[in-house]
Design a protein around this ligand. Structure first.
Ligand SMILES: Cc1cc2nc3c(=O)[nH]c(=O)nc-3n(C[C@H](O)[C@H](O)[C@H](O)COP(=O)(O)OP(=O)(O)OC[C@H]3O[C@@H](n4cnc5c(N)ncnc54)[C@H](O)[C@@H]3O)c2cc1C
Length: 375
């Protein structure tokens, strides 16, 4: 694939850049304000006509190439704009691939417009890497399913109005065959959410308790027992190349660090020069890996396990860059003049856990992509 823009892509990129420059809000300074701003930004991008470029027209999208979405992600990440809604890219895909026509009509346009904000209720205290071990139960009662259990790490749970939930509907079959997926409004009676404060001091994620929560049977996504397939599709899109925006944000941070090193004379320090060069090379490797995967997606190939390579490379690069930023900005962090760098640093720590830990990504690469024998 030729990674340079076609004439149509170049026009789109130019118009988008102008639009971004005139619409980006002032940065917010609290977690609540940042999240609200992210939701407002989602709506604004939709109103500007920028969301859903690669989504099929019958689902409310524009039916264009995934490259158009990548351009939006990339240009957005190059600026100080709020990040794009992360769950839209992967929960939206699950809805498109597994939803009934009625569900697609109900959920996809509202997800694109920002009216619906999703969270992902997969992990539990005893089931993270071994997701098939979930014990949250859903039992059929007439036209409803009744859910009882405890979910962990439901990110954006306190701001989301809908959840893609996994629950065990059949305990008598092999564990990954007895799971189903549900679409659940977050204000359903019996659901109790407790925020979890992360190391950066912000309640970005949550644990959620389900006590006789009733879900109408038509809110099952896919067929009974399809939960594992739906979960694996969702996480493949979550890990995949859609995150080109995170890569452009990485490059922006690296450029700022290079300027800082020059301004302070630290660029004369061999160790600093070496680390900046290493960060540059790593960033390019991640970018080209994501572009290669994107080009395969542009030919219509669904996202598969190769997303684990991009996720692992990005995780390590982002954590190393955050570490370098802490080293270069150290005195300002200690005196409290710089609060952003430490927040960024703590935000990069859980990347090696969420969406599947780095050890699990390595297992997937070894066994499923390289065909190595399981240990
Ligand atoms: C900030 C944050 C946000 C999250 N957001 C969400 C969300 O929105 N929705 C959601 O459902 N979940 C979410 N998660 C959960 C995340 O997906 C899990 O934490 C992750 O899959 C790891 O599971 P665990 O925490 O149970 O750790 P465990 O599975 O207990 O793993 C503990 C350690 O053992 C290692 N390990 C486990 N099994 C193996 C193995 N087979 N081989 C090698 N090493 C192994 C792991 O790599 C890890 O280092 C989030 C987590 C965090 C920290």
């Amino acid at each position: 694939m030729d990674y340079r823009d076609s004439a149509e892509e170049a026009d789109y990129r130019a118009a988008l850049r102008t639009w971004l420059q005139t619409n980006i809000p002032e940065p917010a300074d609290t977690d609540d304000a940042r999240t609200q701003q992210r939701i407002d930004w989602h709506r604004k991008l939709y109103e500007g006509g920028y969301l859903g470029q690669s989504w099929p027209a019958e689902w409310g999208g524009k039916g264009l190439s995934p490259t158009m979405d990548a351009i939006l992600n990339e240009e957005n990440g190059n600026t100080d704009a709020p990040m794009l809604p992360p769950t839209l890219g992967y929960i939206g895909r699950a809805l498109g691939m597994f939803g009934t026509d009625a569900q697609r009509r109900q959920f996809i346009p509202a997800s694109l417009s920002g009216e619906i904000q999703w969270c992902q209720g997969f992990s539990e205290p005893g089931a993270g890497s071994d997701l098939a071990a979930i014990s949250t139960r859903a039992v059929r009662d007439g036209d409803e399913w009744v859910v009882n259990g405890h979910k962990m790490w439901t990110s954006f749970g306190q701001w989301a109005n809908w959840c893609l939930l996994l629950a065990r509907t059949n305990p008598d079959v092999p564990k990954h065959k007895g799971i189903s997926a549900f679409l659940l409004p977050m204000d359903t009676p019996g659901l109790e959410l407790r925020p979890i404060v992360l190391a950066n001091g912000e309640p970005e994620t949550s644990e959620v308790f389900y006590d006789n929560v009733r879900i109408p049977a038509e809110n099952m996504l896919g067929q009974e027992g399809d939960g594992w397939k739906i979960a694996m599709t969702t996480v493949a899109y979550e890990r995949g190349p859609s995150d080109i925006g995170a890569i452009s944000a990485y490059r922006k941070k690296l450029t700022e660090l290079e300027a800082l090193a020059k301004d302070t004379g630290r660029d004369q320090d061999t160790q600093v020069r070496r680390e900046l060069a290493r960060a540059y090379v790593r960033g390019e490797v991640v970018r080209l890996t994501a572009l290669e995967q994107l080009s395969s997606r542009a030919t219509g190939k669904p996202v598969g396990e190769e997303g684990s390579i991009a996720k692992l490379l990005y995780t390590e690069s982002a954590q190393e860059l955050a570490h370098l930023a802490m080293a270069l900005r150290g005195p300002d962090i200690i005196t409290g003049r710089d609060t952003e760098t430490a927040r960024d640093y703590f935000q990069t720590r859980p990347i090696s856990v969420y969406g599947g830990s780095s050890q699990i990504q390595r297992n997937i690469i070894a066994s499923r992509l390289l065909g190595m024998p399981a240990q």
